[in-house]
Design a binder for this molecule. Structure first.
Ligand SMILES: Nc1ncnc2c1ncn2[C@@H]1O[C@H](COP(=O)(O)OP(=O)(O)OP(=O)(O)O)[C@@H](O)[C@H]1O
Ligand SMILES: [Mg+2]
Length: 657
């Protein structure tokens, strides 16, 4: 709710009660005159005295006087409505001399004296210009306009401006409420003083985004200390080059300074130089406007996936613990078909059975009847172990086949030798058979016929490919440490610039999400607040997209779980994308904070508008032409979407093109 304190003239509003008595007087005296005329015959009496009395009464009308004084500060007056008016848009006319005070984006107070109501609004269109008396397409006007320049300069007819104001609500006792009415014609329109904007729009906080559009001295912050605001997931969208990454850098710099930890999944390696100050010419002066100076972030660690390079020589190679991800999630990310997925689950369960027989795995699971919790991987299970089991299965299957064909051979050579039953007893098993895990642990083999063999063959190929990424369980490349990653003020960049493998990228993100979530779930409330984490996924549509949504159910539900429950644990997800149309609608719903940069394309605009339902037409129309660095910010902190000029980043960007 907005505390509205209009400019100085407001303290008189209590006096601005309509002077019913004098109104009464004016209308009665006119009625008297007419009544007299109808009743009397012959020439009408001038009734001069009555009219003088009437004008005298008008001259001491406080309301009119006050209106005149108040209107002296007005920048516009509400006009009668257009032929096809909209409920939330009011047209107002501006005197030529006041045009200098008009800016789009200006917040205004409209005092509708006639019905004693006050409205708050924002100029969203205009100023458009019309001649005062003549019609714009009349011959004289066209003549004058056409005779400018080329040595001629005819003086312009007097003209005025026309603006469209989006009504934001009705103010009652300093608070803003949705309105079901509109201000009456001729109501004066006042500009709010810029000193009031911060309180009015709830722009205070410790995370600076930029300036309120059209106001040079009003800064837009988000309160990073309030669980209801920033920790409610963020979505940044915008077309190529609209300023998304700059916004992201700003958000990173500011949240780090507010003692958040930041983790960025960086597909282009753009953020890997953020520990250095920005060097672009002229940016120092621009930053000074926001009370900032070129500066690198103090604590940065760059990580790189196995077999991938990084422009940072000090980038740390890391690996992923295979047991961090559930078998369903692995099957989904590695794009296994239904049969492969099923076989993979059998294999996984078989591996768990073996581990249990060997006394491995979590201590609390004792009996075989107890189900393992497979919403995560089985603790201690590795890809190498699964492949080892598969290899043993194939060796066994091969052995069996050879045995069978040898048996057939014997039979075909004649019955004479078939009575030599001692052969079987004397046979010595190869060590692979002696040590075959199914024999050792009395388990049923997975591969029993040729059909099983070919199916598991395809799975083995897939798992071998996965192993060749050298992504999992490497002693020489430790897993990402959630304690370090959640260190207050620490920036972690996962540099994926040299990684083309979508599966690898998605496994890394899934592991990061899963382990950070579990880590945060285990912390108490106080420690969670000390270890606030924002996790940014650039090019989020590459991770989960509308098109592959059906095949990414596990991933999506993992995201939903984190997004819903992460807020209480101070774990914030930040998605950045240039293609909102490709992002699953679920992700829009999860992001309460939206930073909308210039966006084009009918479909992009349609899905965005649907998701950001509270954005009114007036401001929405600007989205395709916002330009670089201007954005509409939707947040639960602000009473309505606001237009922000995002500040430039103070740290360096690694431009990759
Ligand atoms: N708020 C801003 N103030 C000043 N310059 C900006 C601002 N935002 C962006 N820029 C500049 O505009 C250019 C494009 O911005 P940026 O790279 O952030 O856009 P992007 O939306 O991330 O683009 P892409 O889709 O290619 O990733 C950069 O040179 C950046 O420095
Ligand atoms: Mg970018």
């Amino acid at each position: 709710m907005l505390p509205f304190e209009p400019p100085a003239q407001d303290d008189q509003s209590g006096n601005r009660q309509r002077d019913a008595g004098s109104d009464q007087y004016v209308s009665n005296s006119l009625q008297d005159g007419n009544a007299g005329a109808s009743e009397l015959s012959g020439p009408r009496i001038a009734q001069v005295d009555q009219h003088i009395a009437m004008y005298e009464a008008m001259s001491i009308n406080h309301e009119l006087e006050q209106r005149a004084v108040a209107s002296a500060r007005a920048i516009a007056f509400v006009h009668f409505d257009m032929t096809s008016p909209k409920n939330n848009i009011v047209e107002a006319l501006v005197h030529q001399g006041d045009l200098i005070k008009i800016d789009r984006g200006l917040y205004v107070l409209i005092e509708s004296d006639e019905d004693q109501r006050r409205y708050s609004g924002r100029i969203v269109e205009g100023p458009f210009f019309d001649p005062d008396v003549l019609k714009r397409d009349s011959t004289p006007v066209q003549f004058i306009i056409l005779h400018q320049g080329q040595g001629k300069r005819l003086s312009l007819p007097e003209y005025h401006g026309r603006i469209h104001i989006e009504l934001l609500g009705e103010e009652v006792n300093g608070l803003l409420y949705p309105t079901t009415r509109r201000p009456r014609p001729a109501s004066p329109v006042f500009a709010y003083q810029s000193s009031m904007m911060s309180d009015m729009l709830h722009l205070r906080g410790n995370i600076l985004l930029g300036q309120l559009d059209t106001y040079k001295d009003v800064f837009v912050h988000i309160d990073g200390e309030n669980k209801e605001y920033l920790p409610r997931n963020v979505l940044t969208v915008g077309t190529v080059g609209s300023g998304k990454s700059n916004t992201d850098q700003v958000l990173i710099e500011e949240t780090l300074a507010a003692n958040y930890a930041q983790i960025v999944v960086d597909p282009e390696g753009e953020y890997t130089l953020m520990d250095k100050p920005v060097e672009t010419a002229g940016v120092q002066e621009m930053l000074a406007l926001y009370g900032r100076a070129p500066r690198g972030v103090p604590h940065l660690t760059v990580y790189r996936p196995p077999l991938c390079g990084s422009k940072r020589a000090d980038a740390v190679e890391f690996s992923v613990p295979f047991d961090s991800l559930s078998p369903e999630l692995i099957a989904e990310i590695t794009d296994m078909n239904e049969t492969q997925g099923m076989r993979f689950t059998f294999l996984y369960e078989q591996a768990i059975a073996v581990m249990r027989k060997e006394g491995q795995g979590p201590a609390q699971i004792i009996g075989e009847e107890e189900e393992a919790n497979l919403s995560r991987g089985y603790p201690g299970i590795t890809l190498d172990f699964l492949l080892d089991i598969l290899n043993q299965e194939f060796a066994h299957h091969e052995y069996k086949r050879e045995e069978e064909s040898a048996e057939k051979g014997k039979k075909s050579k004649g019955a004479a030798k078939s009575d030599d039953t001692s052969d079987e007893a004397k046979k010595v098993l190869p060590s692979s058979e002696v040590n075959f895990y199914c024999r050792v642990h009395r388990l049923k083999p997975l591969i029993e016929d040729q059909h099983d063999a070919s199916s598991y063959g395809a799975l083995r190929k897939k798992l071998r490919e996965l192993r060749s990424t050298r992504l999992f369980d490497r002693h020489d490349a430790p897993k990402l440490d959630m304690v370090r990653l959640s260190e207050p003020g620490h920036l972690t960049i996962i540099d994926m610039s040299d990684c083309d493998d979508r599966e690898v990228k998605n496994i890394i993100i899934a592991d990061l999400l899963a382990r950070m979530y579990r880590y945060k779930m285990d912390l108490d409330e106080k420690t969670n607040k000390q270890r606030r984490v924002m996790l940014t996924i650039e090019e989020a549509h590459g991770f989960v997209s509308r098109e592959n949504k059906g095949k990414m159910e596990q991933t999506l539900s993992q995201l939903q779980r984190i997004a819903r429950r992460g807020r209480k644990r101070w774990l914030i997800l930040h998605f950045v994308t240039q293609s909102p149309q490709h992002l699953p609608s679920e992700l829009f719903e999860l992001a309460n904070n939206k930073i909308i940069h210039q966006t084009t394309g009918t479909e992009n605009l349609r899905v965005l508008k649907l998701a950001a339902g509270t954005i009114n037409e007036g401001i929405w129309d600007e989205v395709p032409s916002l330009g670089i660095g201007r954005a509409i910010v939707v947040s639960s902190q602000y009473p309505h979407p606001i237009m922000v000029r995002i500040r430039p980043a103070a740290s360096q960007r690694n431009y990759t093109l």
